[in-house]
Design a protein around this ligand. Structure first.
Ligand code: AVI
Length: 326
C-alpha cells in the first residue's frame, strides 16, 4: 500500500503511505521550484476531520450546492441510468449523496463501493446492505485512482460510475483526463459517469470559500506541516507560516499556499530546506470549470456530456457523461 486514500464521513482519508515513499515525494516537492506538497497528505485523521468542518462552513458552498442538485435531480439521473444499473462509487463515503441515487434507481443490479480504506469499505458496505436489503453490495478494496478489477456483474447491467464532490478538480487537467479514461474503460461502451464539477465563478466567492473567516481551511492547510513534523521528523515552526488561497485566472484554479513569513531553514527527514521570506509551498490546486474546459478534459477521455444539471446560482454542475461512441 502506498498512496492510497479512502473516505470517512464524506471526507477523504489517506492511511499513511509507506514512509520512504512519502519522504521521497515530500522532499522532491520541497526541493523543487516552486515548492509543492502532495494534497493527498492533507487527509490524516485530523485533516479528515477538518475537511468535514470545511464542508459545513457557510463560505464553502460546494458540498451543499451539489447535494441540492442531487436532491432535485436524483429521479432524472436514475432515469438516464436506466433499469438494472450497477452503480460504482469512486471513494465510497459514508455521505448521503449516493443514497439519493440508490433511492431512485429502478431494480439496481449492484452497488459497488470502491475504497482504499478496508475499515471504511466494510462499514459502508454493511450500512448499505442494511439500508437496502434487496441490493447486491459488491465492495472493491482498491485505490480508485489506479486500475482495479470489478467484481463479476450481470452481463446486462449498465455500469455507471459516481464521482461526486468536485474531487476531479484536485487533479491537473492531464491527470483528470487520464483518470476519466480509466473510468471509461471500467464502465465499458454502454456505461456512464455521474460527475460532480465546481464551476468557474466570481473569484471573490472562491476566495471566501478557501480563505474562510473562522480559519478552518487555514488549520487544514497548516495541518500538513504538523503531519510532516510528526511523521518525517520535520522542524516546521507553524507560527512562521501562514495559509492563503488565491484564484489563478489563467489556469482557472484556486491555489492553496503556505507562506513562510521569515527567511529560514527547516529540516525534513534530516534534509535542509531553505525558505526565503515570502516564499510559498503550493499545497493544492482546485480547478474550476467552464464548458469548454470541461469538454477539453472529458472528450479525450472518451466521454461526451449528455446532461449537465446546475443550481439556481450556476455555481456547480452534476454531469451525466456517456462514452463517445454510445
Ligand atoms: C476535496 N476537494 C474537492 C476540496 C476542494 O474544494 O478542492 C478540498 C479542499 N481544499 C480546501 N478546501 C477544500
Amino acid at each position: 500500500m502506498n498512496t492510497r486514500s479512502g473516505n470517512i464521513m464524506g471526507a477523504r482519508v489517506s492511511p499513511y503511505p509507506a514512509p520512504d515513499v512519502v519522504r521521497t515525494e515530500v522532499l522532491r516537492g520541497l526541493l523543487g521550484e516552486p515548492k509543492t506538497l502532495p494534497p493527498k497528505l492533507f487527509y490524516d485523521r485530523a485533516g479528515a476531520r477538518l475537511f468535514e468542518q470545511i464542508c459545513e462552513l457557510p463560505e464553502y458552498y460546494l458540498t451543499r450546492t451539489e447535494l441540492g442538485i442531487l436532491e432535485e435531480r436524483a429521479a432524472e439521473i436514475a432515469s438516464l441510468c436506466g433499469e438494472h444499473t450497477a452503480l460504482i462509487e469512486y471513494g465510497s463515503g459514508a455521505g448521503v449523496k449516493v443514497r439519493l441515487l440508490l433511492d431512485e434507481l429502478v431494480n439496481p443490479a449492484a452497488y459497488v463501493p470502491v475504497d482504499i480504506s478496508m475499515e471504511q469499505l466494510a462499514a459502508v458496505s454493511a450500512e448499505r446492505a442494511r439500508q437496502y436489503p434487496d441490493l447486491r453490495v459488491a465492495p472493491v478494496h482498491a485505490d480508485y485512482t489506479a486500475r482495479f478489477a470489478l467484481p463479476p456483474l450481470p452481463d446486462d447491467a449498465r455500469r455507471v460510475a459516481f464521482f461526486p464532490g468536485s474531487t476531479i478538480g484536485n487533479l491537473h487537467p492531464a491527470e483528470a483526463t487520464a483518470f476519466l479514461h480509466r473510468i471509461r474503460a471500467t464502465v465499458g461502451p454502454r456505461g456512464a459517469l455521474v460527475l460532480g464539477v465546481d464551476r468557474r465563478k466570481d473569484p471573490a466567492i472562491l476566495h471566501a470559500a478557501y480563505n474562510d473567516a473562522s480559519g478552518v481551511t487555514a488549520a487544514f492547510n497548516l495541518n500538513l506541516l504538523t503531519r510532516l513534523n510528526r511523521e518525517l521528523n520535520a522542524t516546521f515552526d507553524l507560527s512562521t507560516f501562514r495559509h492563503f488561497a488565491v484564484f489563478n485566472d489563467d489556469d482557472s484554479r484556486i491555489e492553496m499556499h503556505l507562506e513562510s513569513m521569515i527567511a529560514q531553514r527547516v529540516y525534513v527527514a534530516g534534509t535542509p530546506v531553505d525558505f526565503e521570506r515570502g516564499e510559498t509551498i503550493l499545497t493544492e490546486c482546485s480547478y474550476k470549470y467552464d464548458l469548454p474546459f470541461l469538454e477539453a478534459v472529458t472528450r479525450p477521455a472518451g466521454f461526451r456530456i449528455e446532461e449537465l444539471w446546475t443550481d439556481s446560482r450556476d455555481w456547480f454542475w452534476v454531469g451525466f457523461l456517456v462514452p463517445t461512441n454510445s
